[in-house]
Design a protein around this ligand. Structure first.
Ligand code: TXA
Ligand code: MG
Length: 314
């Protein structure tokens, strides 16, 4: 098992040796390595068993550093960065050569964000390179929102997990690109479409489009538990499956394995709890997980996106 702690210096020492360190962010835990070092990046792909054609997000600590890594910052990207960084928003921007091709899987754009977790910001400030970090889960499985989640699945493959507690947002960052200055959301996430549109106006949402995904991380069957998940009307579905585990948005059910994502109907709280709930029920002695969609606005859209993907089996 990996060591858990909050020793920034130790994390820095390992990263300087091109080793991997799991880091807390406000969205989910990341599996981090020096973003400018191809050897270190190779370890990320190996450890996650992630296909090399699925590019990584790089993490920086200051907006001033952005122009070190990208060649052009469209006005709308700048407005979003000003408003939402540090935070759960990733920008796709044309990359500079300092970012190796292995990070972007050969694409000419790089995904970049400033995370808002204080431990990770402090770590980033102590380094003279950005960190590439995908979510710290085996490829295709649910993203980790606690240090324990990381340890349970990758603990025998990495040395150290910076333990920053439970992730506040609980769902990955929203990814937005600017092809020909036309803002397009490629992944729904921790910053809602409504908030983005309040800053830059209408955006196109291409998330969960199955045809020609920009990258395989956008493939539909992602974030999936091992158990079968069905989504629909819980009251009806439990009639057919009497030993099911239930993830409801708000309502309480009188069954043994049930998780209410938010007793008060708060979408932000529901997003924070979603991945932990899927993991918990995935490990219970039940045959199937039954869930329902959340109201489809705010973070409800990202919740529903993750539920849909988790329910799709190849
Ligand atoms: O909240 C987050 O974004 C977390 C934390 C750790 O920062 N990271 C995360 O990384 O979710 P990952 O690797 O699990 O998901 C990154 C997604 C993938 O779907 C990948 O295909 C997409 O970003 N991506 C990365 N670079 C891209 C690029 N240049 N163009 C299009 N998509 C890109
Ligand atoms: Mg991921």
């Amino acid at each position: 098992m990996a060591e858990l702690g909050n020793d920034i210096k130790h994390a820095k020492t390992l990263l300087n040796q091109n080793k991997l360190v799991a880091i807390p962010t406000e969205t989910v835990y990341g599996l981090a390595a020096n973003a400018t070092n191809p050897t270190a990046i190779t370890q990320i792909f190996k450890t996650k068993e992630r296909p090399s054609f699925d590019p990584l997000i790089i993490h920086i600590y200051s907006l001033k550093l952005l122009s070190n890594y990208v060649t052009n910052i469209p006005e709308k990207a700048e407005l979003l960065a000003d408003r939402f960084w540090p935070g759960a928003l990733t920008l796709l921007l044309p990359k500079k050569d300092i970012i190796p091709d292995i990070v972007t899987s050969g694409l000419d754009t790089v995904a970049i964000r400033i995370p808002s977790h204080p431990l990770t910001l402090e770590l980033l400030k102590s380094l003279d390179y950005p960190l590439a970090a995908p979510s710290a889960n085996p490829f295709g499985y649910i993203s980790p929102t606690t240090a324990k989640h990381v340890n349970d699945q990758l603990g025998d493959k990495i040395d150290y997990i910076l333990d920053g507690g439970k992730c506040e947002v609980g769902i990955e960052s929203t990814i937005i690109g600017f092809d020909k200055n036309h803002p397009t959301v490629h992944r729904l996430g921790g910053v809602s479409i409504e908030k983005i549109e309040s800053i830059i106006g209408k955006v196109e949402v291409k998330a969960l489009s199955s045809s020609n995904p920009v990258a395989p991380g956008m493939l539909q069957n992602h974030y999936a538990p091992k158990k079968k998940l069905i989504i629909g009307n819980i009251d009806e579905l439990i009639q057919e499956h009497n030993d099911a585990g239930i993830i409801s948005f708000q309502k309480e059910y009188n069954v043994k394995h049930q998780i209410q994502l938010s007793k008060t109907g708060d979408l932000d709280e529901a997003a924070q709890c979603l991945f932990g709930a899927l993991r918990k029920l995935d490990n219970e002695d039940i045959s199937i997980i039954i869930s329902e969609f959340a109201p489809n606005h705010g973070l409800g859209r990202a919740i529903n996106d993750r539920l849909k993907r988790a329910a799709i089996k190849q």
